[in-house]
Design a protein. Sequence first.
Length: 276
Amino acid sequence: MENLPFLLRPQARCPSLPLATAFNSSTQRSGRVVVPIPRRHCRRRSARLAVADEMPRTKGSWSSDEDNAFDWLDQWYPFAPVSDLDPGAPHGKTVLGLTVVAWFDGGGEWRVLDDACPHRLAPLSEGRVDDKGRLQCVYHGWCFDGAGACKFIPQAPTLGPPVHKNSKACVASYPCVVQNKILWFYPRTEPEYKDVLQRKRPPFIPEIDDPSYFTVFGMRDLYYGYDILLENIVDPAHLPYAHKGLVPKSSSVDDPGRYVPDLTRMSPITFNVQLC
Ligand code: FES
């Protein structure tokens, strides 16, 4: 399983630290980063990391209560910051092994569907949004609405049966919502999850919507787990080497060849990790 990390991307005047936490979802074509940084703190070279409250709990690990076992498919996952999504085109991504496509429909909403046309399984992310606000498959032109219903099959006779209404012509649709300027989706397509938003919302990160903060979004694929990433965050010894030339440093007086962090130019890094 690959990982979809939330990374802190350094702002030019902020320390080049890989402040990060990870959602353990996966992305084939991109990973995504959210960094709310208090404006008042940035000049002092500090940052506060807002961490979503979902952290993995799996049976047999540190959660012995089966009822509290973490269900990977019962969580909201970030698809992408809306600012990175062109509403005029479909966007494909793989999350938790699911290939999905996000697009902005004619009703003015972001939608997330399976990224496979029900006709010949062509990726819908390779298609286009037509002039009626429908997602059109690039292969034979079948068109789908925001709910995944097929609305048009160009090859079907005009006076023939409405074959586009056949349930096999529909695409599975995932619950999705825009929150904190991020498009989130829920990886279940069964009818009982259609209104999942009413009982469970994505993790809310108030700093992103707080005008006293500015948010830096960035995307990056990391081909390792969130646990490795967190260990990296709390491992400052790697900074002068893995980020050579990017972080403040000074040489040891006693041993000029030895790099030591210049703590006078860096503020403590604080983490706010909420475990469910
Ligand atoms: S594969 Fe999509 S319309 Fe044929």
